[in-house]
Design a protein around this ligand. Sequence first.
Ligand SMILES: Cc1ncc(COP(=O)(O)O)c(C=O)c1O
Length: 412
Amino acid sequence: MTSTLTSTAHRLDELHRSTDRRDRFRLPAGVVYLDGNSLGALPSAVTAVVTDVVERQWGQDLIASWNTHDWWGAQTRVGDAIGAIVGAAPGQVVCSDSTSVNLFKAIAGAPSLRPGRTVVLTDPDSFPTDLYIAESACRTANLTLELVPPAEAAQRIDELGTDLLVATYSSVDYRTGELWDLPGITRAAHAVGGLVCWDLCHSAGVLDVALDAHEVDLAVGCGYKYLNGGPGAPAFLHVAHRHQGDFRQPLTGWNGHATPFAMSPDYVPAPGISRGRVGTPPLLSMLALEAALTAYDGLGLADLRRRSLSLTGFLLDCLDVLVPDVAVATPREEARRGSQVSLRHPHAYAVVQALIARGVIGDFREPDIVRLGFAPLYLSHADVLRAAEHLAAVLRGGEHTRPEHRARATVT
Ligand SMILES: Cc1ncc(COP(=O)(O)O)c(C=O)c1O
């Protein structure tokens, strides 16, 4: 049976050869890295760029670099590079701050686009920061937050009608990897004249999110997961062209001013997406992210999505054969699957630790989720088979019952 899986892995790797970018990444030998949805792997291009930025740009050219190396333009330049990956034409994405901060800007800024509307919808099972931020943005802007699961969002939007201000959802559930209906929820919100704001943390770089094609109003996402920008990489905010003139975001910092160097005491928002800027950005991280994004050069997101689906689908096939009893939390239907496969296990934390001890790196999410993220740029079907074989060995040998795998670290 395993030999059939081995030859299938080989065949699929050949089939998807054109989207294999493994040679552009540095990963330790022997590791199967299934945590690109937490911290992406290191793209080889980053090291030389960061060295240049530190040694030459900062070290030699000093403050002149704001002009000579266009540090000032980095937020919109990197924003455009991210835009190309999420299907937004240039001038609609700014690279800045964290996802949390950008979500605050988007939600608290939404009333400027739909004055008089007050209801914000979000998922009760959102990644916690999305819930906390939605609550604080609603408190700040005097809005009402309603918690409605994404599967029920379209119906609730229809009932709310002109009360709906914005429906804000993650396109992929961070725990289960379920892919929600971005086009459908967006259409439902538009049908009542409302807005959508999508959190793309688990979809930017692995799904063909096509923001322009679906007429998405607002979106946010991070740079350190599938975009491989490195730990703490800056995030992004998307505001569609048609909304930019009216969009007033609450964090009126000097970087988002129309004439920042006029040092005016009064705030006037910059034209276009630059009004999403706040303060001085972390240039080292932002330029590392810019270098990381070159790993996508020449790749179509639809092709990458096909590779991702093939990888996750192959893991499910391997599990059927090698670990048939394991509980899979991720939907099997391709249309409902992100770039992730999550398993449920009563000792999920220890299972993850036992896998890590064997070089298969995933992560754990409360309460019982073994989360395996699939970064299609650098994962092969052969890697997937190895991961499934190690999982089978861990469970068969009861390795997850060992005390050393049960001790919780701070970051899970
Ligand atoms: C869906 C989602 N939103 C937001 C975040 C994190 O936000 P921040 O970049 O502000 O830490 C995560 C992190 O895992 C996430 O999964």
